[in-house]
Design a protein around this ligand. Structure first.
Ligand code: ADP
Ligand code: MG
Length: 394
């Protein structure tokens, strides 16, 4: 994987640089409720502005499906972005944008209107690519989270203008390369979450890549069922038992050790600290019980596995972590991984919406080597797919 970065961009003084960012932040009552994505833009935008570029931020917001509207306008993000950047941010809509860009002073930053106000954005339409390209001299893609989509502002532009990876994109690509591209071995993967069906391609890819595959969460139930365990009322995709068996077979052939829980935390109801809570061997789950977390002994053994590994990639919680005490296994293993990372014996990379929430809940997100907030793009990368927005930078 080779790509140019801001180190290669040369003199940008007075040049218009189109920067694809991810401004798709959650909002409530007109306020940004989580500014993680805005903070991720700071390094690239301020560096380019400091070097005298006219910085033009391109981004989508929501799903306007080609229809301009106030609801999906990026106008409302100019101020929150300015606040995070610590400098003014102008707003430019799609009428009179050419003149507005021409009037911008070097060293200033402007956010352009929602790219998805053009229906052709999501179709990677040459006319829309040309429309965007006409505004700038150079293109920087800083939005890994949008790189799994071949859209005009993510893929098309990279082919139309000299293209570079922004600082956040660069950091993400380097971290992911370290975790699965050319990792230090042994490598462990933790895959958890609710269902096997949403992560089939991830599992299939990982068995050929990692030395240890740790399966937890609801999806472990499907694997246990495939091995003849009666999982009672647990979340389980019985129709995927054959697929689960196939994945286990492939792991075997590839020399990947699969770790399934052997003790589990069960309950008759899906509620916090239920009266029916107990821990048992996987073979002792009653017909009216649900498996909601990995048991303590299994977690301890998994911690020992991590101690023998140099690299960890993690997607998906080990249990129904939103409800106590079914967060226990995820929290315990996350703390072990964080401690090993701090000691310098483990490179740890994690991603996924609920995974990031779970690691924050465990208070260890800052101790991991890298946390990806990219969602869909992170999963596609875990599936071994080439992301069009990244490929176009090469
Ligand atoms: P991510 O967003 O990190 O990719 P997922 O969305 O795949 O993760 O999975 C997270 C969900 O899986 C959580 O809502 C969690 O409650 C659920 N989950 C984990 N273990 C179980 C289980 N044993 N039974 C039911 N749901 C579970
Ligand atoms: Mg999720």
């Amino acid at each position: 994987m080779s790509f140019k970065t801001l180190d290669d961009i040369g003199d940008v003084q007075g040049k218009a640089v189109l920067v694809r960012e991810d401004l798709n932040v959650p909002m409530a009552d007109g306020r940004v409720t989580d500014d993680t994505r805005l903070r991720a833009t700071v390094a690239t935008l301020n560096e380019l502005a400091d070097k005298g570029a006219k910085v033009l931020v391109l981004a989508h917001f929501g799903r306007p499906k080609g229809q301009p509207s106030e609801e999906f306008s990026l106008r409302k993000l100019a101020d929150p972005l300015a606040h995070v950047l610590g400098r003014p941010v102008a707003y430019i809509d799609w009428e009179g944008d050419k003149a507005a860009v021409a009037a911008l002073a070097p060293g200033s930053i402007a956010v352009l209107e929602n790219t998805r106000f053009f229906g052709g954005e999501e179709k990677n339409d040459p006319a829309v690519i040309a429309r965007f390209a006409g505004l700038g001299d150079l293109y920087v893609n800083d939005a890994f989270s949008a790189a799994h989509r071949a859209h005009a502002s993510t893929e098309g532009l990279a082919r139309a203008l000299p293209a570079y990876a922004g600082r956040a994109m660069e950091a993400e690509l380097k971290a992911l390369e370290k975790a699965l591209g050319a990792p230090e071995r042994p490598v462990a993967a933790v895959v958890g979450g609710a269902k096997v069906s949403t992560k089939l391609d991830v599992l299939k890819h990982l068995v050929s890549k990692v030395d240890h595959l740790i399966i937890g969460g609801g999806m472990a139930n499907t694997f246990l069922a495939a091995r003849g365990v009666d999982v009672g009322k647990s979340l389980c995709e019985h129709d995927l038992k054959a697929t689960a068996e196939e994945i286990l077979d492939n792991a075997d052939k590839a020399g990947c050790t699969v770790h399934l829980p052997y003790d589990v935390v069960v309950s008759k109801e899906f509620a916090a600290n239920p009266a029916s809570l107990r821990t048992c061997n996987v073979h002792e789950v009653a017909a009216d019980e649900m498996i909601l977390d990995v048991g303590r002994q299994a977690v301890e053994a998994l911690g020992d596995v991590l101690k023998t590994c140099r690299t960890l990639v993690w997607n998906g919680p080990l249990g129904a972590f939103e409800i106590e005490p079914f967060d226990a296994a995820t929290v315990a293993l996350a703390r072990t991984a964080a401690a090993l990372t701090k000691e310098g014996s483990l490179i740890s990379v994690a991603g996924g919406g609920d995974t990031v929430a779970a690691l924050n809940h465990a208070g260890v997100a800052a101790d991991f080597s890298y946390i990806s907030t990219a969602g869909g793009a992170f999963l596609e990368w875990m599936e071994g797919k080439e992301l069009p927005g990244v490929a176009a930078l090469g």
